[in-house]
Write a protein that binds this ligand. Structure first.
Ligand SMILES: Cc1cc2nc3c(=O)[nH]c(=O)nc-3n(C[C@H](O)[C@H](O)[C@H](O)COP(=O)(O)OP(=O)(O)OC[C@H]3O[C@@H](n4cnc5c(N)ncnc54)[C@H](O)[C@@H]3O)c2cc1C
Ligand SMILES: NC(=O)c1ccc[n+]([C@@H]2O[C@H](COP(=O)([O-])OP(=O)(O)OC[C@H]3O[C@@H](n4cnc5c(N)ncnc54)[C@H](OP(=O)(O)O)[C@@H]3O)[C@@H](O)[C@H]2O)c1
Length: 432
C-alpha cells in the first residue's frame, strides 16, 4: 500500500499524509520470522506462523512483483522455490528501494478503530509498545492490511486432553528437527498439513499420518506417509479414526487453518468470513461495502499473492486519490453479487486459480500498475499443481520462467529433500 502511494508521489502526484502502524520491530509480516510462540516480548500475540526451513510452497514466478523483478534484486537467475529468508530479502529490497520506511511506526499496535458518521472520519487508537504510550489520531481512510493467517482456528477433538505428547497448532510450529524418529499426526488437508507433514518426513519422522475432514490431499506420498479420515477420539497416545482404524502417535500438529480476526475493529467494520477467494461484503475484493472509506488488502485466500496485493493496493490508492470513482451502493452490490455467483460455481483448484487470475487482471486494468502476463502466471500455477501431483517431495526442484523478465530459473544446487540449510547465504552459493 505504501509502495503504491510512493510510486504515485515519485511520478509527481500529490499524496495524502500516510501513517502505517506495525506492531513488530521490522517489516515483512509473515516473512519476518520469530522464534517466539504465543506472545512476543511485549505480551502481544505473535503474528507470524512461519517456521525454520520454510520454503516457498509456490514458484516465485507466481508471486513476482511487476515493478521489481527477481533479476533486479539478485542480479542473476536463482531457483524457483526460495526459502523464507530469501523471500524476506526480496520483499525488503523493494521497499528499501522505494523509501517507504519513513511512513511506518514500528512497535506500535493498533488497539481500536471507530468511525464517526458526522465527521466522516476514523479514530485510530494505537499503543507504542516500548513505552506503553497511547495515542488517538483521526484519518479519512483506513486500510486493513494486518493479514489473516495469524489467529489459529483450533478445534477440539474428543479425548484430546488425554494425549501426553507434543501438541501444537501450525501457527506455533517452529521446526521439525525434534520430530526425528517420532510418529507424527497432522490434522487438516491443506497447505499447512501438507508442508508440515513433508517437513516432518524430511527431518526423519518415523511415520507421518495426515487426517482429513473433507477430502484427502491425494498425493503419491512416500512410504511411511499416509492419509486417514477424520478423528473419532484420542485415547492417550492412540488416535481412533472414523473408519475404525487406530494409530499410536508421539506428536500432533493441528493444521486446521486460521480465523479472520481483527481485534481492533468494531463489529460493523470487521470482516468475518471463511478463508476463501471471494469473501462476501468486499467490493472488488477490497472495499468494505458497508463503509467504503475502509479497505482490506489481502483478505482473500491466496493463489496469487504479492502481485495480487499490489494490484489491490494500486486500486485502493486510486480510489483514495480520486483517480477512480467510488461506485454507488447499488453498483457495488451488483458487482459483488456477480463475482460471488462465479465464486460459488467454482468446482476445483484450477477453477479457483483462473478465477483469481481474472480478478487480478480486472484490478490491473483499472490502474497504472505495470501490465503483466496474468494468464501466463495462471499457467505457471496450473503447471505447479501438476508438478506436485507428479512428485510431492521433489516439486521444489522444478524450474519455471518469469513472465516479468523471461528469465528461466536455475535448479537449486541441492535437492530440496537434502537441503537442510535455509539461509540466504547458502541459497546464493553456486554449488552445493
Ligand atoms: C505459514 C505460511 C506460509 C506462507 N507461505 C507462502 C508462500 O510460500 N508463498 C506465498 O506467496 N505466500 C505464502 N503465504 C501467504 C502469506 O499470507 C503472504 O505471503 C503474505 O505474508 C501476506 O501478507 P499480509 O501483509 O497480508 O499479512 P502478514 O504477512 O500476516 O502481515 C500482517 C502484518 O500486520 C501486522 N499487524 C497485525 N495486527 C496488527 C495491529 N493490531 N497493529 C499493528 N500491526 C499489526 C503484523 O505484525 C504483520 O507484520 C504464507 C502464509 C503462511 C501463514
Ligand atoms: N511452505 C509454505 O509456503 C506454506 C506452509 C504452510 C502454509 N502456507 C500458507 O498458509 C496459508 C494457510 O494454510 P492452512 O493450510 O493453514 O489453512 P487452510 O488452507 O485454510 O486449510 C485449513 C485446513 O484445515 C481443515 N480443517 C478446518 N477445520 C477442521 C476441523 N474442525 N477438523 C479437521 N480439519 C479441519 C480444512 O479442512 P476442510 O477441507 O474440511 O475444510 C483444511 O484442510 C495458505 O496461504 C498457505 O499457502 C504456506
Amino acid at each position: 500500500m505504501l509502495r503504491a502511494f510512493e510510486a504515485a508521489r515519485q511520478a509527481g502526484a500529490e499524496i495524502p499524509e500516510l501513517v502505517c502502524y506495525e506492531k513488530q520491530t521490522d517489516w515483512g509480516g509473515q516473512w519476518n520470522y520469530s522464534w517466539r510462540t504465543g506472545l512476543d516480548g511485549y505480551g502481544e500475540p505473535v503474528p507470524s506462523s512461519m517456521y525454520r526451513n520454510l520454503w516457498s510452497n509456490g514458484p516465485k514466478e507466481g508471486l513476482e512483483f511487476a515493478d521489481y523483478s527477481f533479476d533486479e534484486h539478485f542480479g542473476r537467475p536463482v531457483s524457483s522455490y526460495p526459502p523464507r529468508e530469501v523471500l524476506w530479502d526480496y520483499i525488503a529490497g523493494r521497499v528499501e528501494k522505494s523509501d517507504v520506511r519513513k511512513y511506518i511506526r514500528f512497535e506500535t499496535a493498533v488497539r481500536w478503530v471507530s468511525y464517526d458518521a458526522d465527521t466522516e472520519q476514523f479514530s485510530v487508537t494505537s499503543q507504542t509498545l516500548p513505552t506503553a504510550a497511547d495515542s488517538t489520531e483521526t484519518f479519512d481512510y483506513v486500510v486493513v492490511a494486518s493479514g489473516h493467517f495469524s489467529y489459529p482456528n483450533f478445534p477440539t477433538f474428543a479425548g484430546i486432553e488425554t494425549f501426553p505428547g507434543m501438541l501444537t497448532h501450525a501457527h506455533d510450529f517452529r521446526g521439525a528437527e525434534g520430530l526425528k524418529d517420532q510418529d507424527v499426526l497432522v490434522i487438516g488437508s491443506s497447505y499447512s498439513a501438507e508442508d508440515i507433514g513433508s517437513q516432518a518426513y524430511k527431518m526423519g519422522a518415523r511415520s507421518v499420518t495426515a487426517s482429513y475432514r473433507t477430502q484427502p490431499m491425494g498425493y503419491q506420498w512416500p512410504d511411511g506417509f499416509s492419509e486417514r479420515p477424520g478423528i473419532e477420539r484420542f485415547d492417550g497416545n492412540t488416535v481412533h479414526f472414523i473408519d475404525g482404524s487406530t494409530k499410536d502417535v508421539d506428536a500432533v500438529i493441528v493444521c486446521t487453518g486460521y480465523l479472520h480476526k481483527y481485534a481492533y475493529l468494531p463489529e460493523d467494520l470487521g470482516l468475518r468470513s471463511p478463508n476463501n477467494v471471494y469473501p462476501d461484503g468486499l467490493y472488488r475484493g477490497v472495499v468494505w461495502n458497508d463503509n467504503p472509506k475502509l479497505f482490506y488488502v489481502g483478505a482473500q485466500d491466496q493463489w496469487f499473492t504479492f502481485n495480487m496485493f499490489d494490484a489491490q493496493a494500486w486500486y485502493v490508492r486510486d480510489l483514495i486519490l480520486g483517480r477512480s470513482a467510488m461506485p454507488d451502493r447499488s453498483e457495488r452490490d451488483a458487482s459483488i453479487a456477480e463475482w460471488r455467483k462465479r465464486f460459488v460455481a467454482l468446482a476445483d483448484a484450477a477453477d479457483e486459480i483462473r478465477f483469481q487470475g481474472d480478478y487480478v487482471q480486472d484490478l490491473v486494468n483499472l490502474t497504472d500498475y505495470p501490465q503483466f502476463d496474468v494468464d501466463g502466471v495462471v499457467e505457471i500455477f496450473l503447471a505447479w499443481k501438476n508438478d506436485k501431483a507428479a512428485d510431492i517431495m521433489g516439486y521444489r526442484d522444478y524450474t519455471y520462467t518469469s513472465v516479468m523478465t523471461g528469465t528461466r530459473s536455475i535448479p537449486h544446487h541441492t535437492r530440496w529433500m537434502d537441503e537442510l540449510d535455509d539461509s540466504l547465504e547458502r541459497y546464493l552459493q553456486t554449488s552445493g
